[in-house]
Design a protein around this ligand. Structure first.
Ligand SMILES: [Zn+2]
Length: 380
């Protein structure tokens, strides 16, 4: 008995330490690239066909409709904020469980100055979509806002309108993570920049980026810029003293996309491994800032709630509900804390096939709306 409790606690601490890493591992380059291709019109999208040049009103209309649909596809409550006759921000909200009124915003501008404009800024826009895809599968203490700004190129008009309205409403914005041009690395040094402005409260966000980078094995090298540029949407939030940072390629480090603001700014110029790692880093950072709502409590009431049999088992393990409780999913972890399989519940008795697992101790974790229940079992 004693040994199984020790193993259980060991595994739980392992699980939480691994969370940021596993969230970052879920960020898929294929998914990022596919969004860039659709936004730039290099590939037609399923629902909206080929998106025209995002410097035209038909292109921006297709783009904002496409973006709103993508957020909705992930179950995120989304709307188009038509802040003026020709201006359309797309704003998706994932409510926080503990501090629903405090927002962390992950954002990018989707408008352009020419055809394609893959790096500027389909790259950042697609990273926001990927953040939505990955993070919408989790719950966070703070609210996450996924924002895609219009009219950045016209002078930060979309984001300024949002920030002004937020300030007027007294919205609590805990931090803004803006991405603009995150795909070009001409010299292959994997250097990227974090622009933090002059206010000390942005240090916390920049430090968080560095901390998450430390946990990874990315090739990326962080270069902090103080005060940094005000030529992108984070500056709209600086104007109202909200914490905000910009993540971008080597803008001040002589490694800036040579096809900037031209129709040569295409996916083929981007360094995909670099783009992937920056996206992973930003999404991992956002998951730590917004604080994963951890339903973990060492749950001793497993046996009142469930039956697990046979234990030990050779091939199948059955989980039977003894209480009326809603199960999200059932996972099996080995004793080093790595997930072996996850399955969805059946109505009363769920059958889990463990025939392919090597012999040993395992944890069966039942994930419900507000708790993790866990039980050790032996596979013979
Ligand atoms: Zn831009």
């Amino acid at each position: 008995m004693k040994i199984s409790i020790l193993l259980f606690i060991f595994s739980l601490s392992h699980l939480s330490a691994q969370t940021t890493k596993s969230i970052m591992a879920e960020v898929q380059l294929d998914s990022l690239v596919s969004s860039v291709e659709e936004l730039t019109g290099e590939k037609p999208s399923d629902n909206f066909g080929t998106i025209p040049n995002r410097n035209t009103s038909s292109g921006r209309t297709s783009a904002f409709m496409y973006l709103e649909q993508r957020l909705k596809d992930y179950g995120i409550e989304s709307k188009i904020d038509n802040y003026r006759t020709v201006g359309y921000n797309v704003v998706g909200t994932q409510k926080g469980t503990k501090y629903p009124d405090s927002l962390f915003i992950i954002c990018a501008h989707y408008d352009s100055v020419d055809d394609f404009c893959a790096d500027d800024n389909a790259s950042g826009t697609s990273a926001v979509l990927e953040a939505a895809r990955v993070l919408s599968q989790y719950k966070f203490d703070y609210t996450i806002v996924y924002a895609l700004w219009d009219e950045e190129e016209g002078g930060l008009i979309g984001s300024s309108n949002y920030a002004r309205a937020a300030n007027r409403n007294g919205d609590k914005i805990a931090g803004v993570l803006n991405m603009d041009m995150i795909g070009y690395d001409g010299n292959g040094d994997f250097l990227f920049e974090v622009h933090i402005g002059n206010t000390p409260k942005n240090d916390r966000m920049a430090n968080k980026v560095a901390e998450v980078l430390d946990k990874s094995n990315f090739k990326l090298e962080q270069s902090v810029q103080i005060p940094g540029t005000n030529r992108s949407d984070h500056a709209s939030f600086w104007a109202y003293n909200y914490p905000a940072i910009l993540v971008t390629e080597g803008f001040f480090n002589d490694d800036f996309n040579p096809a900037y603001h031209s129709s040569d700014d295409k996916l083929s110029l981007m360094r995909l491994e670099y783009y992937h790692q920056i996206s992973q880093l930003v999404i991992g950072t956002m998951s730590e800032l917004a604080v994963l709502s951890n339903p973990t409590s060492v749950e001793s009431s497993f046996d009142i709630t469930f039956d697990v049999y046979p234990n030990p088992t050779t091939d199948i393990i059955y989980l039977k509900k003894k209480a009326n409780i809603e199960i999200n999913d059932i996972s099996i972890y080995n004793m080093t804390g790595s997930a072996q399989l996850t399955t969805l519940p059946s109505i009363n008795i769920t059958k889990v096939d463990v025939a392919n697992l090597p012999s040993g101790f395992y944890l069966l974790i039942v994930n419900t709306e507000d708790k993790l229940y866990s039980k050790t079992f032996i596979k013979l």
